[in-house]
Design a protein. Structure first.
Length: 606
């Protein structure tokens, strides 16, 4: 495969905070800290049942009658504190004793049951699944540490960043939940450095469902092999998904009839990226379905998402061209094609009678159409600036440095003023195109940490940002009425957010999920700089407003209105889809009166 740009040819100074030396936390500590983060943000914090005193966080669950305490490594202006050591519970008589992750999860379950009047009998199992996955990832990393130096191979460095997230989203109660035991999924796990060949299926041409937004969009699939029998098309499958679907009655019947030919694992290996189900071979991303609940959702490509990816690629082309011209340091990876299996209706073409999924007669089996659906996404090289190395933003911002893309490596040995310059360059690339997409084009991008790739130059400085994953990209209907009217309602509906909900999503993903977490990693390197880092965020927003207009929503943001934070714990508890997630409101560090008192807390040189 052709390599990506070979930037960072000379390794940066080795960081003292690599996975091999940093003393990573145990799975018990990670899960307990994550649950406490969720309680603080979504439950006890909004109910004013928390306090910070003498270097500790105190938190109460009033309905369960539990008081908790934990030491703090660093406080956060957004309330996203860094914890240290075990979670303790008040045992009475002035005594505090450690509370393990499982008992803490039970306290969360009890508090939410009493708070909502609803029970969730799968919650503890999902927390346990996440704990198991973190334990497995730590065990694999201990046996075979991932690459910890930034080499001249841009592809290896990029993939190491994708596969370095051992602990996941620190404000989600079950960030690594995957179901089943580790033996069923470890071979496909990014944390284990998984890379494997795809399962190749030859499917009769008339049983293929596909759409493309541009000529040549299917080349990424058809080019995987050229030796298919006449009248057949190639359908690659994720081997984990294939194992879950191979015994589906209608699929087995199709294989028996010869409508589908299983060619086995074939071709060059694809590497698992952070999303687990999206794989990369250095040329093209393929986003597969997985009938597995990962974090909150069953990760399958629904029928409307398959068509929606291609439709959005078409609709967004002029928008993305405009953004690229105005903000040349940013780009979006398109999703120009999908392909899947569309078996005939029950009782036709030799198919067995009866629909496995209960779908109406005359429609393809939905379980197979969605289960074998694969979306083609552009590879990095099509948009990547020459001489840059791509890194997953989530790896840059990780609380613990577990890979070569971490901010501690990019800025190792530099002072806080250099860090602030780096931060200003990063914000200038990231923030303006997201705001312009929303305000000028009615497009809701979803730039959370796992949806952004930051490309750095040989000195580790930000040079470009790449946005990805059209599943979370939405249209504001009044900006795109004609385009939406031309699509089937079942495709158009999920592609939209109203303006208010779209703005909440933009602000959450951009500022709370992304900017605040990279900022936190910088503040870890240089304690005391957090006010100045937030001041630079405000300055970036103000500069955009001065150049491009300041609509009321942006004016309110600059004035310091509370910031929306996605309520992952409450969404998971209520078993709602991500699209239906609610938000809690966080006091904003962007308030003008706060920033007027913020001064640099350092005297060091660059």
């Amino acid at each position: 495969m052709p390599p990506l740009n070979k930037s960072l040819a000379q390794p940066l100074d080795p960081s003292p905070c690599t996975a091999a030396t940093a003393g990573l936390p145990t799975a018990d500590a990670v899960v307990a800290h994550t649950l406490l983060n969720c309680l603080l943000r979504e439950v006890s914090g909004p109910e004013h049942e928390t306090a910070v005193s003498e270097g500790r966080l105190l938190l109460r669950l009033p309905r369960r009658g539990v008081r908790l305490r934990i030491a703090l490594r660093r406080t956060s202006l957004l309330g996203a504190h860094r914890f240290a050591g075990p979670v303790l519970e008040d045992a009475g008589g002035g005594t505090w004793q450690p509370v393990g992750w499982r008992r803490l999860a039970e306290y969360v379950r009890d508090e939410l049951s009493l708070r909502t009047g609803v029970r969730n009998d799968e919650f503890l199992d999902q927390v346990a699944s996440s704990h198991q996955a973190v334990s497995a990832a730590l065990a694999v990393r201990a046996e075979a540490p991932g690459p910890q130096t930034t080499t001249g191979d841009g592809l290896a460095t990029y993939l190491a960043s994708e596969q370095s997230l051992l602990f996941g989203h620190r404000f989600h109660p079950t960030p690594k939940a995957r179901g089943g035991d580790a033996a069923s999924w470890l071979s496909y796990a990014p944390e284990a450095g998984a890379s494997f060949p795809l399962r190749h299926l030859a499917v009769r041409s008339h049983l293929i469902a596909e759409e493309a937004a541009e000529a040549g969009a299917f080349d990424a699939l058809d080019g995987l092999r050229a030796d298919l029998p006449g009248g057949y098309r190639l359908l690659p499958a994720h081997p984990w998904q294939y194992a879950m679907l191979r015994d589906h009655p209608r699929f087995r019947a199709a294989v028996d009839r010869g409508d589908v030919v299983d060619l086995g694992p074939c071709g060059k290996p694809f590497a698992a990226t952070a999303s687990v189900r999206t794989l990369y071979d250095g040329e093209t991303f393929l986003k597969f379905s997985l009938n597995v609940r990962i974090t909150n959702c069953l990760r399958k490509n629904a029928g409307y998402e398959l068509s929606g990816a291609v439709a959005l690629t078409r609709v967004l082309e002029p928008v993305l061209a405009d953004l690229a011209a105005r903000f040349p340091g940013s780009a979006m990876l398109r999703e120009p094609a999908y392909r899947s299996l569309a078996l005939p209706p029950p009782g036709t073409d030799g198919a067995p009678g009866g629909s496995h999924d209960g779908g109406p007669a005359g429609t393809p089996d939905r379980a197979l159409l969605e289960g074998f659906g694969v979306i083609v996404r552009e590879g990095l090289s099509r948009r990547l600036l020459p001489g840059t190395t791509p890194l997953l933003a989530a790896a840059v911002a990780d609380e613990y440095p577990t890979g070569p893309g971490h901010i501690s490596r990019l800025l190792h040995g530099t002072g806080p003023r250099t860090a602030l310059d780096w931060w200003a360059a990063y914000l200038k690339l990231l923030v303006p195109p997201v705001l312009a997409a929303y305000f000028d084009h009615g497009v809701v991008l979803e730039p959370h940490l796992q949806n952004v790739v930051v490309c750095v130059d040989d000195e580790g400085l930000p040079a470009q940002v790449l946005f990805r994953d059209l599943e979370g990209t939405k249209l504001v209907p009044e900006h795109h009425a004609d385009a939406l009217a031309a699509l089937p309602a079942e495709v158009a509906g999920p592609m939209t957010y109203d303006a208010r909900r779209g703005w909440d999503r933009v602000v959450y993903c951009l500022l709370v999920n992304h900017v605040a977490e990279v900022l936190a990693a910088l503040a870890d390197l240089h304690p005391g700089t957090e006010p100045a880092l937030w001041a630079r965020v405000h300055a970036t927003l103000r500069a955009y407003a001065d150049r491009h207009g300041c609509p009321p929503r942006l004016a309110a943001l600059l004035a310091g209105v509370p910031l929306p934070a996605k309520a992952n714990l409450l969404t998971r508890w209520a078993r709602r889809a991500d699209r239906e997630a609610g938000y809690v409101r966080l006091p904003s560090p962007l308030a003008e009166d706060f920033l007027s008192t913020a001064t640099p807390a350092w005297s060091e040189t660059r």
